[in-house]
Design a protein around this ligand. Structure first.
Ligand code: SF4
Length: 305
């Protein structure tokens, strides 16, 4: 994406009230690896005019502090943007860990996504985070360690007592555990555990996740319920009202931020919302009648309800 495209998007967002209100809450620069874009700092500044809360998601697979990508991330934190990461155990030691140390000194918060293939894999990743925050030896991070310790203990109990558990058993095992905590001084930490999925060579995602192969992983579409809580905008301007960065293959779009007028976009909101609602009710029916996984003519993924 070039700054001119970002400027056009920002102007359009400003002229569409529901999008303007949504952007004000949070803008997340994600999908692909935004830090690779040489213009990302400029693009950040443009979106910053819409929201005080602009985040950038990175894999932090960066070789050194001399890298341009790292310099861009530092500049964004200096401008009060926030960097969030997905933990990748394969590059953790060599690449992510040293730079994450710096990031938690540069900003007053962090979200870490953990994508796990099994409960044992999730436990390994939680332990990586526990070791990391223990090593910082900073009093202010004690609440993070308390949260992660509790996470680890509950997860361990589930693994030991019910290793092949269903997703409900896992969730019951985690109980009322929150996924975020605030530390003295205002540092806010959140951890998101996200199951991973098999995706076919055609790019179609399985109905069930890898850690819970017996349970259909349903995605509750808020647009179906008339609420837009999140909007993904691709670089092409196409919009989808969920966190689909093109991998869920949802066909009904909410208009094109670059090509359509505000009136056309609002009209497409309404039309696509109806399509999604109709598709979602067919999906529910299919799940009840042993036809889970069939694609409905509305073009929404079969796990969306
Ligand atoms: S139907 Fe599914 S993929 Fe489409 S917007 Fe809703 S949640 Fe996203």
């Amino acid at each position: 994406m070039m700054p001119d495209t970002a400027r056009l998007m920002a102007e359009k967002i400003r002229s569409i009230v529901p999008l303007k209100d949504l952007a004000k809450k949070e803008i997340n620069l994600t999908g692909g690896e935004a830090s690779q874009n040489p213009h990302i700092v400029e693009i950040y500044k443009i979106f910053r005019t819409l929201s005080g809360n602009v985040r950038l998601h990175t894999n932090l697979d960066i070789s050194s502090e001399k890298s341009k990508r790292w310099e861009r991330l530092v500049e964004i934190t200096r401008l009060r943007g926030r960097i969030d990461i997905t933990l990748y155990p394969t590059v953790w030691e060599s690449r992510q860990q040293p730079l994450l140390r710096k990031i938690i000194q540069l900003q007053n918060g962090l979200i870490v996504n953990l994508i796990y293939e099994s409960l044992a894999d999730l436990l390994r990743q939680i332990n990586i985070l526990i070791d990391f925050f223990s090593d910082q030896d900073e009093k202010k991070f004690i609440p993070i360690l308390e949260l992660l310790d509790l996470f680890r203990d509950r997860l361990k109990t589930t693994i030991e007592t019910n290793p092949q558990c269903r997703e409900d058993d896992f969730l019951n095992g985690m109980g009322d555990l929150e996924n975020y905590v605030s530390c003295p001084g205002g540092f806010i930490f959140a951890v998101n555990a996200i199951p991973s999925f098999y995706v076919s060579p055609e790019g179609i995602r399985d109905m069930t996740s890898l850690p819970f192969p017996k349970d259909i992983y349903k995605v509750e579409c808020t647009a179906v319920r008339g609420v837009i809580e999140i909007m993904t905008v691709l670089q092409t301007g196409e919009m989808t009202p969920c966190c689909d960065v093109g991998n869920l293959k949802c066909k009904p779009k909410f208009g094109n931020l670059l090509a359509d007028s505000p009136e056309t976009i609002l009209q497409k909101f309404g039309e696509s919302q109806k399509l999604m609602a109709s598709g979602a009710s067919k999906n529910i029916e299919n799940m009840k009648t042993d036809k889970a996984g069939e694609w409905v003519e509305e073009g929404i993924p079969p796990f969306c309800v």
